[in-house]
Design a protein. Structure first.
Length: 97
């Protein structure tokens, strides 16, 4: 007796379930497989785009922090220069900046 997954044909050869199924079933199974593959690809692309957006926001924040730090550094250098000039010359014009 043969198993459920194969049937003996008229010429004595065994055929698998895929070979015995009709064209409509084969097309439906193929469409489901292709659809699942496309869904997987879209899910991966969605996750990649979401990750890139998050990294972009982090990069923008980092740029803002660096720009603020540069402005602060400039102010500190101007303050040091002004105090040094005032300490050497006692001219209050160095304290203006």
């Amino acid at each position: 007796m043969s198993g459920p997954s194969s049937v003996t044909g008229g010429n004595g050869e065994r055929r698998s379930w895929w070979e015995r199924s009709g064209l409509a079933v084969r097309i439906a199974v193929s469409a489901v497989v292709v659809g699942a593959g496309l869904a997987l690809v879209f899910a991966v692309l969605f996750l990649a785009i979401t990750g890139l957006r998050h990294r972009s926001l982090q990069a923008r924040h980092s740029q803002q922090v660096i720009a603020t730090a540069n402005r602060l550094q400039t102010l500190v250098i101007e303050l040091e220069t002004g105090i040094r000039g005032f300490a050497i010359t006692r001219d209050e014009n160095f304290l203006a900046p």
